[in-house]
Design a protein around this ligand. Structure first.
Ligand code: CA2
Length: 147
């Protein structure tokens, strides 16, 4: 099972700032991830929270729940949270950081990610396709120990 965790404000997708984040909603994103999972023969479970502590709890519990990889868009916490970074570095399953927008082309406070160095990798600026790419990579690693 692959966990897709979206953080703060991502529940607002499609409702505001369509120029930055597109017109599709969080529910559209989650449905797309579940369908890509079906195509790849993997169960995908999607969650969203605006609460940092909830994100920490999901990261801590992921392995015990049977997750083999995590796709994490930590939203604004990406640029502020040492606690989330510590949680990612403290778990034994790969985490791929994804951002819909290209954080490097935006305000300078978005250029730094506390998570990047402790994630398997980061995919930014590719919209929903970033989640699809991350899912492919995690499923490949699930089935091929050389990946
Ligand atoms: O580009 C991304 O995926 C972000 O993680 C989105 C975060 C932002 O703070 C990060 O720097 C980059 C924001 C979440 C979405 O916020 C919205 C606010 C209003 C309307 C729609 C979405």
């Amino acid at each position: 099972m692959i966990l897709v965790i979206n953080g703060p404000n991502l529940n607002l997708l499609g409702q505001r700032e369509p120029d930055v984040y597109g017109a599709a909603t969080l529910s559209d994103l989650e449905t797309a991830c579940e369908n890509w999972g079906k195509e790849l023969g993997t169960e995908v479970e999607c969650r969203q929270s605006n609460h940092e502590g909830q994100l920490l709890e999901w990261l801590h519990g992921a392995e015990a729940e049977g997750a083999t990889g995590i796709i994490l868009n930590a939203g604004g916490y990406t640029h502020t949270s040492v606690a989330l970074r510590d949680a990612v570095s403290g778990i034994n399953i790969p985490v791929i950081e994804v951002h819909l927008s290209n954080i490097h082309a935006r305000e300078s406070f978005r250029h730094h990610s506390y998570l990047a160095a402790v994630c398997l990798g980061s995919i930014v600026g590719l919209g929903f396709a970033g989640y699809r790419a991350a899912l492919h990579i995690l499923v490949e690693r699930e089935t091929d120990t050389r990946a």
